[in-house]
Design a protein around this ligand. Structure first.
Ligand code: ADP
Length: 354
């Protein structure tokens, strides 16, 4: 186990600057997820920690060692990739034991470690099979087994579940989380999928265009997003955004929506300076009414999606749309006019910038 410190790390390919100075301190034993849209630089950062990319500037420390110039094999890390990278002509046991064989480990030790990894991952009955005889999830487990036997200080995962179907992804997500709880080893995990990030991470690093937007626990990011980008990226269905302006009257502040509604903001909310803002509200923080309400947005129901436990309502107003999640099964139909009242304590105001 080890902490990992990333200090002002930069990456450029000739004139193309991909990472602009990244600072993250990964705690010993932490499960840290790097998440962001495609191309934001998360894989590049992970590969720099692994030693698969050179570091253009800054420092990466694993434990107390600066690893900038160390070869990947000397960093005491194990990486699990999206494409498994298994040897097709080796059995599961030989695939898992391969790093130990390369290290010149004694056969008896290798066998014992392979069996232990197989037990942790539920692969005991498959040790004699070849990769082609395995499902996608089993192959991914073999790749994890190969990482486990090395007993590394840090595990690095690069989108390991992207090739699996939705149901298997959910299962493997839980397996990796359980593996972390069991091993207690520092893990850094890259994904573009915010649900994976939310469900697995101790802390999440949200990246955009080679910069960090916010670092925090899943619920910190969900409840207190630092900006509109993080607010829109974390959470599904996504947060609703309505453009408008603020009107201040003494200590009271009112949001004036572009389409005319007025929402008195909660006391203690510190709105950004400037006139133009974006009001943000998550779908579960809107109450739906069939009669006119103050401090509410009026809209016309476009789509109703019942999921059993709750009902998702998509409603449109001139210039935008609002998603609302209602508990239970309200009798709501397309074409109806509804009023959606935000819970003031759960509302957000962002500067109008993105
Ligand atoms: P992510 O993992 O977040 O999808 P990457 O780390 O793979 O993003 O890539 C970050 C950015 O770096 C992208 O814009 C990509 O085009 C660029 N990039 C990656 N590799 C190279 C390279 N060898 N040369 C130039 N640009 C690269």
């Amino acid at each position: 186990m080890a902490k990992v410190e990333i200090v002002d790390v930069r990456k450029s390919y000739a004139d193309t600057h991909v990472l602009h100075g990244i600072d993250v301190a990964v705690r010993d034993g932490e499960f840290l997820v790097l998440v962001g849209p495609s191309g934001c630089g998360k894989s590049t950062l992970l590969r720099m920690i692994a030693g698969l990319e050179t570091i253009s500037g800054g420092e990466v420390r694993i434990g107390d060692t600066v690893v900038n110039r160390l070869a990947p094999k000397d960093r005491d890390i194990a990486m699990v990739f999206q494409n498994y990278a298994l040897y097709p002509n080796k059995t599961v046991a030989a695939n898992i034991g391969f790093p130990l064989k390369m290290r010149g480990e004694r056969a008896a030790v290798t066998r014992q470690k392979v069996e232990e990894a197989a037990r942790i991952l539920g692969l005991e009955d498959l040790l004699g099979r070849y990769p082609r005889q395995l499902s996608g999830g089993q192959r991914q487990r073999v790749a994890m087994g190969r990482a486990i036997v090395r007993d590394p200080k840090v595990f690095l995962f690069d989108e390991p579940l992207s090739n699996l179907d939705a149901k298997l992804r959910v299962k493997m997500r839980a397996e990796i989380k359980e593996l972390h709880q069991r091993l207690g080893t520092t893990m850094i995990y890259v994904t573009h999928d915010q649900v994976e990030a939310m469900t697995m991470a101790d802390r999440i690093v949200v990246m955009r265009s080679g910069r960090i937007e916010q670092v925090g626990t899943p619920l910190e990011l969900y409840d207190r997003p630092a900006n509109q980008f993080v607010a829109g990226f974390i959470g599904s269905p996504a947060m609703n955004f309505l453009p408008g302006t603020l009107e201040r009257n003494g200590t009271a502040t009112t949001f004036l929506a572009a389409q005319g509604e007025r929402i008195a903001l909660a006391e203690g909310m510190t709105p950004p300076p400037g006139g133009h803002v974006v009001f943000g509200i998550r779908p579960e923080h809107l109450d739906l009414s069939f009669t006119e309400l103050g401090d509410a947005f009026s809209a016309t129901v476009a789509v109703v999606e019942p999921t059993g436990a709750e009902t998702l309502v998509l409603a449109r107003y001139p210039g935008g749309e609002l998603t609302c999640i209602c508990k239970g099964r309200p009798d709501v139909r397309p074409g109806q006019t509804v009023w959606l009242r935000p819970h003031l304590q759960d509302s957000h105001i962002f500067p109008a910038e993105c």
